[in-house]
Design a binder for this molecule. Structure first.
Ligand code: MCN
Ligand code: SMO
Length: 786
C-alpha cells in the first residue's frame, strides 16, 4: 500500500494533518473484516428468531432442520446451559435483568434468538432455520412505556415486582425556590426517536474452541475486546486467561458493538459444545431488529428563566423505554440516566432536579449509540431555550451567549467539572462562519415570498475521554483505564499494542502520531495494533465514550517517553555522554550542539538487542514498555449551527447550510477531528429528520431494512463550515480531550430548532425528533395561511 505523506520535520507529528494511513488499504478492498476471516472446517450459524414480541416458547421441533443435508447441529437454550449476561455497572438501585444467550421458555422481543442452526454454509443454515418449528403461545405485549410502568400482571422479568428497572431522582440546589421566583417558566414534553446505529458492517464473530487445551479463540467485530473476554468468561464459566479475543477491521460500531451480544455468547457456547469452529455474520435485517437500539426517551422538562433572560433552574422527568432487557455490559440505563447528568449542558444553571424512570417493554433492548444519553436531554433543553427566546423577544444566539459558562474550572450542579473550554468563543465563531446576520436577512426576504427558512443553534459540552473519574462524574461507576504495550523492534520500527480498536476513527494514524512525536520518528515507522487481547495487559472499557485519544493516547505518550528514556540511557553509555545531552529527531539520536554524525535508532536498537556490551550499560536492555493511564475527567465543547428550508406543502425539510466548531483541546490530527465532526453531523441530521423504528400494537418493528429505516445520504448533507478552538485540558497528557460524539449530541437540537424557527409564522412548536414530513406538515396545517 501507499504510505501517508512524510512529515518533514520530526517532533511535529502531534497536530499534523496527516491523511489516514489505513485508508489506502481499506479503499482498495484490502481490508479484512469479520466476514473475511475464516478457519479450516468453519461452520456457519443462523439464528432462529422469535416472530412474536412476547410469547411462551412451548416446544421446538428441529427434526426437519436437522435432516437437511449440510446441517451440523440445531441448538436451543436447553442444549447450551450457561450463565446469562448481566449488567456490569454499579448504579445504586438499578434492577438488573439477566439476558440469556438464547431465549429460554419465553421470548421478550420480536427478533430475539431462540435457537441457532450450524451448517456448512450460511445459505443452508438459513434454509434449515426456516424448517425449525417453534410452538409459541403469545402473551400480552407491552409497547407503551407509560403503560408498562404501571402494569403489574404482565411483567418482563419474573424476579422484579414491576417493569421498572430504575426509578430515582436527585435535587441539586433549591429548585422549588428557583421556580417560585422565576419570571417565566417554559415547559414541554420532548420525545427522542428510537435509533439503530446502522454500522456499515453488522455484528459478527467466529469462535474456535480447542478441547485439548480448553481454550477459546473468538474473532469479533467488537469495540471492547477485553470486555467481551470478561463477559464470555462469566457466561461460559471459563477462566479469563483461556479466552483470547481477536479483532479484525471493524466497519463502524457507534456504540452498538460495546456490549457483548447474546449472539456472541451463543456462538461461543455452540463452538464449545460441538467442537466446530462457528461463524456468525449478522445481516442487515438482524442488525436493525435485534442489535441494540438507542435513545427513545420521553422528557418532560421545565426551564425557569429570570426577566433578564438568566437561566435559573431546570426540572426534568425522564422516561426511558429500555426494551426487553436491561442490556448487559452497558445497561439500558446508559440512555435515561446519563441524560439527567447533562441537563445543565454548557450553561450556568444553578439548580437542577431530575427524576429518571427506565422501564422494560417488549422491544429490542436499548444500549449505547454515539451521543449516549446526552442527545435526548440536550435536545429537550435547547428546544425550550428557543421557546424562551421567542417569549422574551430575544435573539436565540444572544440569549445563549448570556448564559454560557465563561469561567473554568466550572462545577455543574450535577457534579461535572468542566476543566477548560471556549463556550462563548465557539458560539461566536459558528455564527460568523455561517454568516448569522446575513442568514436572518435572507430568512426575512424569503418569508415575503412564502418560503420558510429557519436557523438553529446548539452550543454543547461533551463529557469526553472517559477515565474512571470522567465516568464517575456521570455517576457511572466503573474502572475505565487503559494499558498499552510499546515495543521497538530491532529494525527500530515501533509496534504499539492497545485495547481500543478503531471502527473507523483512524487510530492507526492518530495514535502513531502520538508515539512518533515523542520518539522523534516518522509516524509511518509506528504500527498500531488493536487486534488481540493477548498483546495488551488490559483495556477495561475499549473504544467508547470518546476516550481513545485521551486515555490510550495518554498511555502511549507516557510509554513512548519511557522507551525514549531507555534508549537515551543506552545511547549515553555507548557515546559516553550524559542522557540529558541527547536529542531524538529524524529517527536519530543527536548530541545537543554537536554537528557530528548522529546515531541512527536502527543501529541503537540492533545493539540493544544483540550486542552483549550493552548489558554493561543496562542489565535489562529490552525495548519494551507497558504503561497504564487513567486520566482525570475532561470536557470538550463546541457549537453547531444549521439553516433549513421547510416546504410548507410537503413538510419536507432541507438542511441548506451548516457550521460546526469543535474544541477538543490539543488536536492530535485536525483532519481526523474534522472527519469525526462531519460523520457525527450527518448522523445527527439523520436522527433529527429521518431515523426512527416505530413498533405496531403487537410489538413488531415497522422498520426492518434501509427501505424504511431511512439514513441520510450525501445528497441530504450540505457542506459544513468547520471551525476550531483549542482549549487544552490542563489535566490530561498533552492537553488532549475527546470529541468523537459531539455532533450526535448537538446536531439534532440545532435542526429541531431551525425547523421550529422556520415554522414561527405558523405558530407551531416542535416537540420530537425525527421531524418527518408527515409530522411537520401536521404542524403547519394550511400552508397558505401562516
Ligand atoms: N482526535 C484527535 N485529537 C483530539 C481528539 C481526537 O486527533 N483532541 C482523534 C483521535 O485520535 C481519534 C478520533 O479523533 O482518531 C476520535 O477520538 P476520540 O474522541 O478519542 O474517540 P474514540 O477514538 O474513542 O472513538 C469513539 C467515538 C465514539 S464513542 C463513537 S460512538 C463513534 C466515534 O468515535 N463511533 C464511530 N466515531 C466513530 N467514527 C467511525 N468512523 N466509526 C464509529 O463506529
Ligand atoms: S456510543 Mo460510543 O461507542 O461511547
Amino acid at each position: 500500500g501507499s504510505r501517508p505523506p512524510r512529515v518533514t520535520s520530526f517532533g511535529s507529528a502531534l497536530g499534523a494533518r496527516l491523511t489516514r494511513r489505513e485508508d489506502p488499504r481499506l479503499l482498495v478492498g484490502a481490508g479484512r473484516y469479520l466476514a473475511d476471516v475464516t478457519v479450516p472446517g468453519v461452520t456457519h450459524a443462523c439464528f432462529v428468531r422469535s416472530p412474536h414480541a412476547h410469547a411462551a416458547i412451548v416446544a421446538v421441533d428441529s427434526a426437519a432442520a436437522r435432516a437437511l443435508p449440510g446441517v451440523r447441529a440445531v441448538l436451543t437454550a436447553d442444549d447450551l446451559p450457561h450463565r446469562p449476561l448481566l449488567d456490569a455497572v454499579a448504579v445504586p438501585d438499578l434492577r438488573k435483568t439477566p439476558q440469556p444467550a438464547l431465549a429460554a421458555g419465553r421470548a421478550r422481543f420480536a427478533g430475539e434468538a431462540v435457537a441457532v442452526v450450524l451448517a456448512e454454509s450460511r445459505a443452508v443454515a438459513e434454509d434449515a432455520a426456516d424448517l425449525v418449528r417453534v410452538v409459541y403461545e403469545p402473551l400480552p405485549v407491552l409497547t407503551d412505556p407509560e403503560a408498562a410502568r404501571t402494569e403489574r400482571t404482565t411483567r418482563l422479568c419474573d424476579d422484579l415486582p414491576t417493569n421498572v428497572v430504575y426509578e430515582g431522582g436527585r435535587e441539586h440546589g433549591d429548585v422549588d425556590a428557583a421556580f417560585a421566583r422565576a419570571a417565566h417558566v417554559l415547559s414541554g414534553r420532548f420525545t427522542t426517536g428510537r435509533f439503530v446505529a446502522a454500522p456499515m458492517e453488522g455484528r459478527g464473530c467466529l469462535a474456535s474452541y480447542d478441547r485439548a487445551d480448553d481454550r477459546l479463540a473468538v474473532h469479533s467485530s467488537t469495540q471492547s475486546p477485553h470486555l467481551l473476554r470478561r463477559k464470555l468468561a462469566a457466561c461460559l464459566d471459563m477462566p479469563e486467561g483461556r479466552i483470547r479475543v481477536l479483532v479484525p477491521d471493524v466497519g463502524g460500531g457507534f456504540g452498538q458493538k460495546i456490549p457483548a451480544s447474546p449472539e456472541e455468547v451463543a456462538v461461543a457456547l455452540a463452538a464449545r459444545a460441538t467442537g466446530l469452529p462457528v461463524k456468525w455474520v449478522e445481516d442487515r435485517r438482524e442488525n436493525i431488529t435485534a442489535a441494540p437500539h438507542s435513545k427513545d426517551q420521553i422528557i418532560d422538562m421545565e426551564l425557569a428563566v429570570a426577566a433578564d433572560g438568566t437561566f435559573e433552574a431546570i426540572r426534568a422527568r425522564i422516561l426511558g423505554d429500555s426494551g426487553a432487557y436491561s442490556y448487559n455490559s452497558a445497561s439500558t440505563l446508559i440512555e435515561s440516566y446519563l441524560s439527567a447528568g447533562l441537563l445543565p449542558g454548557p450553561y450556568r444553571i444553578r439548580d437542577v432536579a431530575w427524576q429518571v424512570t427506565a422501564v422494560l417493554t417488549n422491544k429490542t433492548p436499548i444500549s449505547a449509540y454515539r451521543g449516549v444519553g446526552w442527545t435526548a436531554s440536550h435536545s429537550a433543553r435547547e428546544v425550550l431555550i428557543d421557546r424562551a427566546a421567542r417569549l422574551l423577544g430575544r435573539d436565540p444566539v444572544d440569549l445563549r451567549r448570556q448564559n454560557l459558562v465563561r469561567e473554568f474550572p466550572h462545577t455543574s450542579p450535577t457534579g461535572m467539572v468542566y476543566d477548560s473550554g471556549s463556550f462563548v468563543e465557539s458560539l461566536d465563531t459558528a455564527a460568523e462562519l455561517i454568516d448569522y446576520s446575513g442568514l436572518r436577512e435572507r430568512q426575512r426576504v424569503a418569508r415575503e415570498t412564502g418560503r420558510y427558512i429557519g436557523i438553529g443553534v446548539s452550543p454543547y459540552v461533551e463529557p469526553s475521554g472517559w477515565g474512571t473519574e470522567g465516568a464517575a462524574q456521570s455517576s457511572w461507576s466503573f474502572s475505565s483505564h487503559d494499558s498499552v504495550r510499546i515495543t521497538m523492534e530491532p529494525s527500530a520500527e515501533v509496534t504499539v499494542a492497545v485495547g481500543t480498536p478503531s471502527q473507523g476513527q483512524g487510530h492507526a494514524t492518530s495514535l502513531a502520531q502520538v508515539v512518533a512525536e515523542v520518539l522523534g520518528v516518522d509516524p509511518a515507522e509506528v504500527t498500531v495494533l488493536a487486534n488481540d487481547t493477548a498483546a495488551v495487559p488490559m483495556s477495561t472499557a475499549g473504544t467508547r465514550a470518546s476516550r481513545t485519544a485521551a486515555v490510550t493516547g495518554g498511555a502511549l505518550a507516557l510509554a513512548a517517553q519511557d522507551l525514549r528514556d531507555k534508549l537515551a540511557a543506552i545511547a549515553a553509555g555507548l557515546l559516553e555522554r550524559d542522557p540529558g545531552e541527547l536529542v531524538f529527531a529524524d529517527g536519530h539520536v543527536h548530541v545537543r550542539g554537536d554537528s557530528g554524525p548522529a546515531l541512527p535508532l536502527g543501529a541503537l536498537a540492533q545493539r540493544a538487542y544483540f550486542d552483549p556490551a550493552v548489558r554493561e550499560v543496562m542489565p535489562e536492555p529490552d525495548l519494551v514498555v507497558t504503561r497504564f493511564y487513567d486520566p482525570p475527567a475532561t470536557y470538550s465543547n463546541g457549537c453547531v449551527m444549521v439553516a433549513v428550508e421547510v416546504d410548507p406543502w410537503t413538510g419536507g425539510v432541507t438542511v441548506i447550510d451548516a457550521a460546526a466548531v469543535e474544541d477538543c483541546g490539543t488536536m492530535i490530527n485536525p483532519l481526523i477531528v474534522e472527519g469525526q465532526v462531519l460523520g457525527a453531523f450527518a448522523q445527527g441530521v439523520g436522527g433529527a429528520l429521518y431515523e426512527h423504528i416505530p413498533f405496531d400494537a403487537d410489538g413488531l418493528p415497522l422498520a426492518t431494512s434501509f427501505a424504511d429505516y431511512l439514513l441520510p445520504t450525501a445528497a441530504e448533507i450540505p457542506p459544513v463550515r468547520l471551525g476550531h478552538h483549542c482549549s487544552p485540558s490542563p489535566l490530561t497528557v498533552n492537553g488532549v480531550k475527546g470529541m468523537g460524539e459531539s455532533g450526535v449530541i448537538s446536531t439534532p437540537a440545532a435542526v429541531a430548532n431551525a425547523v421550529a424557527d422556520a415554522l414561527v409564522p405558523f405558530g407551531a412548536e416542535v416537540d420530537r425528533t425525527p421531524l418527518t414530513p408527515e409530522y411537520v406538515a401536521g404542524l403547519i396545517g394550511d400552508p397558505d395561511r401562516p
